[in-house]
Design a protein around this ligand. Structure first.
Ligand code: ADP
Ligand code: MG
Length: 589
């Protein structure tokens, strides 16, 4: 009846306080923690069985089963893992065994940032007291009888031998008596939601045990005869259809286990064994967008500061609000630690221009571990971020070797690249090699690199012109005159293009020249001479025009750049081009 009483180690009481104070807003994580413990215990027995095949005899099934007992307001979480002996119960659920945890607790200042971090990483068994006012852990290890640990989290706990005997065979059952205000965890839908959110990729099956009812037609029974002696009557009744009583259907209850985690964590596998179909099928699972498709993916692992495996996807289409999302949290990197979801809420884990990527990262250890220094500098997170970016550039480089596929990428995410060129200082060079533009050379996209390779002898600059669309740009007299002279012109039809080029300044030492600006230098000495002559000859005309247009233009000049058009309006070197004017006007509205 009454078990032996034990005191919690003082550190445990402290940890419990911290857990309660930091996580009262997300009590739901208790389920993640308990399922993880069940999964760990299953891993342990499976590992043991490799060297000791009899280890599984006490129960050959390996799974976690959750049952909701609405009447008693109790949830039970049962695993068929390694189980705990009496001594284990006392030690594991009464002290903090992990070295370093106490030191970790000492470093906590109690400010909000610290508390948030604890919430994200390994709070463990004691989180159960976020939702429970009483917890009973029944456990059976192969080396001991079945014992019951029980606590209301106040100072002490009890341990007693289970009077019911060794009913579990092997494993651990945690019975949680819910607090008054925690009824949501008695709802099937809520439990399924949480398992999908946090424990979807646990290696062992997680079932929701449901008590269902069904109507059963009972076997027809012959009507009782009033008089057994009256044989005649029996025979007569047997002929009649009504002889068999139409029995009422009976309602019987039965249990059924619903599997809640059928998705497999393909990222933990060797990339060589994962098929393209599997990558494509996993994508909508990861993004929770049914039917969504990926344009490209990269599956890799990293070792070093943080050991992790990851799959990165580029979606097949850009989200409509791609660049409107100005906040820094995009929830596009899902961090798991050993298959357990930790968070996708990392501000700035990737630069803003990469908000279109979808990444799953699974670390072998919590990347933030128990020292205040690493917690604050987020070294682990930085290492992960750096590695993802490196792999993205590898992926884009491969993609760009397939002209047609890469054109598809540029169409969807070209604007993201341009944003990167503007914002991502450390990667500007790499990004500028990935940019693609339409040009007068052909109908295809060209890179800056191949533009440079086609430059005319003596050409010093990269020529471009801006406009609302390619057709408009082609019709410009400026472009026309350059083409007539055999120069190639890049067509910039995206309002942001000019800002990007101005920002880049040059590519491989060649500056960008807007052919709509006044002092275009074609690098041709003879032409400069000829132009001087013309300027002298037409001076009176120029003076007259200058006087007439005094209020409208800054200067009237003889142009060497027009072929068939008689005149053109140009911006001076420091002024805005027509395109920029349009852009700025648009923003002012
Ligand atoms: P952690 O899982 O990080 O070790 P927890 O607080 O979650 O910390 O659990 C403490 C310890 O209790 C575990 O290390 C394990 O030894 C034991 N334990 C908890 N739950 C179970 C379980 N379901 N089966 C077996 N052992 C368990
Ligand atoms: Mg744990």
């Amino acid at each position: 009846e009454k078990g032996e009483k034990y005191q919690f180690q003082t550190e445990v009481a402290r940890l419990m306080n911290i857990v309660i104070n930091s996580l009262y807003k997300t009590p739901e994580i208790f389920l993640r923690e308990l399922i993880s413990n069940g999964s760990d215990a299953l891993d342990k027995i499976r590992f043991k069985s490799l060297t000791d095949p009899t280890a599984l005899e006490s129960n050959p099934n390996l799974n976690v089963t959750i049952a909701l007992h609405k009447d008693q307001r109790v949830i039970t979480i049962t695993d068929t893992g390694i189980g705990m002996t009496k001594e284990d119960l006392q030690k594991n659920l009464g002290t903090i065994a992990k070295s370093g945890t106490s030191e970790f607790l000492d470093t906590l200042s109690g400010d909000k940032a610290d508390m948030d971090l604890i919430g994200k990483f390994g709070v463990g068994f004691y989180s159960v007291f976020l939702v429970a006012d009483k917890v009973r852990v029944t456990s059976k290890n192969n080396n001991d009888d079945q014992y019951i640990w029980e606590s209301t989290a106040v100072d002490d706990f009890t341990i007693a031998k289970d009077p019911a005997g060794n009913t579990l065979g092997r494993g651990t059952q945690i019975a949680i008596h819910l607090k008054e205000d925690q009824d949501q965890y008695l709802e099937d839908a809520r439990i399924k939601e949480l398992v999908t959110k946090y424990s979807e990729f646990i290696n062992f099956p997680i079932y929701l045990r449901q008590t269902k009812t069904k109507e059963v037609e009972p076997e027809p029974v012959a009507k009782e005869t009033k008089d057994d002696d009256d044989e005649e009557a029996v025979v007569e009744e047997a002929k009649d259809d009504d002889t068999k009583e139409k029995a009422e259907p009976v309602i019987v209850a039965y249990e059924e286990d619903d599997l809640m985690n059928s998705n497999k964590p393909i990222w933990i596998r060797d990339p060589k064994t994962v098929t393209e179909v599997e990558y494509q099928e996993f994508y909508p699972v990861l993004t929770r967008e049914p039917g969504a498709k990926a344009m490209a993916h990269s599956h890799f692992k990293a070792e070093g500061d943080v050991d992790f495996k990851a799959i990165m996807y580029i979606p097949s289409v850009a989200p409509k609000d791609l660049l409107q999302r100005v906040d820094s949290v995009h929830r596009n990197v899902k961090l798991y630690v050993k298959r357990v979801f930790i968070t996708d809420d990392f501000p700035d884990i990737l630069p803003r221009w990469l908000s279109f990527l979808k990444v799953v990262v699974d670390a072998e250890d919590a990347p933030l571990n128990v020292s205040r220094e690493t917690v604050q500098s987020n070294k682990g997170i930085k290492a992960i971020s750096k590695h993802i970016i490196k792999k993205l550039f590898d992926l884009l480089k491969t993609l760009s070797q397939d002209e047609e596929r890469y054109a598809g990428f540029i169409k969807e995410f070209g604007t993201s690249l341009k944003l990167g060129a503007l914002e991502d200082k450390s990667n500007v060079k790499k990004i500028s090699r990935l940019l693609r533009y339409r040009s007068s050379d052909s109908d295809k996209y060209t890179s800056l690199e191949s533009y440079v390779s086609r430059m005319k002898k003596g050409q010093k600059d990269i020529f471009y012109f801006t406009g609302a669309n390619v057709d408009e740009i082609k019709q410009s007299p400026f472009v026309e005159s350059l083409l007539a002279r055999g120069y190639e012109v890049l067509y910039m039809d995206d309002p942001v293009d000019e800002i990007v080029l101005t920002h880049l300044g040059a590519f491989e030492g060649k500056s960008f020249q807007n052919v709509g600006k006044s002092d275009l230098n074609l690098g041709d000495e003879n032409e400069a001479e000829a132009n001087k002559e013309l300027e002298t000859k037409f001076l009176p005309l120029l003076d007259w025009m200058q006087a007439t247009l005094l209020n409208d233009v800054e200067k009237v000049r003889v142009s060497k750049r027009l072929t068939t058009s008689p005149a053109a309006l140009v911006a001076n070197d420091f002024g805005w081009t027509a395109n920029m004017e349009r852009l700025m006007e648009g923003q002012a509205k």
